[in-house]
Design a protein around this ligand. Structure first.
Ligand code: FPP
Length: 234
């Protein structure tokens, strides 16, 4: 039997928390809490499988348009998770990094993020890149500003600007995403990692994120194994 290929970097757009809850007659916020539990399970599972990088879309820059109640709930959920619920993640050698803009996140959220980043910085297992207050176009704008500063300060010349330099100046220096999963049946990218997804295989499932457990993840990996990736060649 052929060996199962694993993607090096998995992206997950964790969609459908609200609908999961609404269909059960529960408040949308219950869906977010259940989604956070599913994320913990999947992070441990991906780490066990030997996947090196996972980027998950926790909160987009556009998500600030939601009701104050929902935004506040999500921010408190992030704080609670990073401060109290990630012990098992840390014990399992998973490293947490974040992608996104700091403004207008509160000091309390930023403190919880910096805390878990620091606590996990020497871990050598899965790198879990949590995209929080993230937008891919903002990331490209911020990268352009960083590179322009380097140029202005004579640290680089125009000829130094290449794909490698661009990647290094995104929020995190990570390899390309090979495999993107979006749950809940929506077929769009929603401003997620546009630069890093250039050659990714896409997997869409109708399952809502809270129900996207390890067995469903394994089915997605089987599907990835059936793909013939040519990277523009033949
Ligand atoms: C999209 O579903 C989901 C979000 C905007 C939030 C995702 C957050 C989590 C899964 C929790 C993550 C926790 C940590 C600790 C990072 P939706 O609300 O848009 O669902 P809907 O489309 O059904 O309304």
């Amino acid at each position: 039997m052929e060996e199962r290929k694993l993607p090096t970097h998995v992206g997950i757009i964790m969609d459908g928390n609200g609908r999961w809850a609404t269909e059960k007659g529960r408040p949308r916020t219950d869906g977010h809490r259940e989604g956070a539990n599913t994320l913990k399970e999947l992070a441990l599972h991906m780490n066990d499988l030997g996947i090196k990088y996972a980027s998950v879309y926790a909160f987009s820059t556009e998500n600030f348009k939601r009701t104050k109640t929902e935004v506040d709930f999500l921010m408190n959920l992030f704080i609670e998770m990073f401060n109290n619920e990630f012990d098992q993640i840390l014990k399992n050698n998973i490293r947490i990094v974040f992608s996104g803009r700091e403004k207008p996140l509160s000091d309390k959220v930023l403190k919880a993020m910096r805390g878990i980043e620091e606590e996990s910085k020497d871990n050598t297992g899965l790198v879990l890149n949590v995209c929080l207050n993230y937008g891919s176009r903002s990331e490209i704008v911020d990268m352009t500003k960083k590179i322009s500063e380097l140029y202005k300060d004579n640290k680089i010349s125009l000829d130094d600007i290449d794909e490698e330099l661009i990647r290094k100046n995104l929020y995190n220096d990570l390899p390309d995403v090979d495999f993107l999963i979006r749950t809940s049946g929506e077929l769009r990218l929603s401003n997620f990692m546009l630069y890093q997804l250039s050659y990714a295989e896409f997997y869409f499932t109708r399952t809502y994120f809270p129900d996207f457990h390890s067995d469903e993840f394994d089915k997605a990996i089987d599907d990835f194994n059936d793909r013939n990736r040519r990277f523009g060649g033949n």
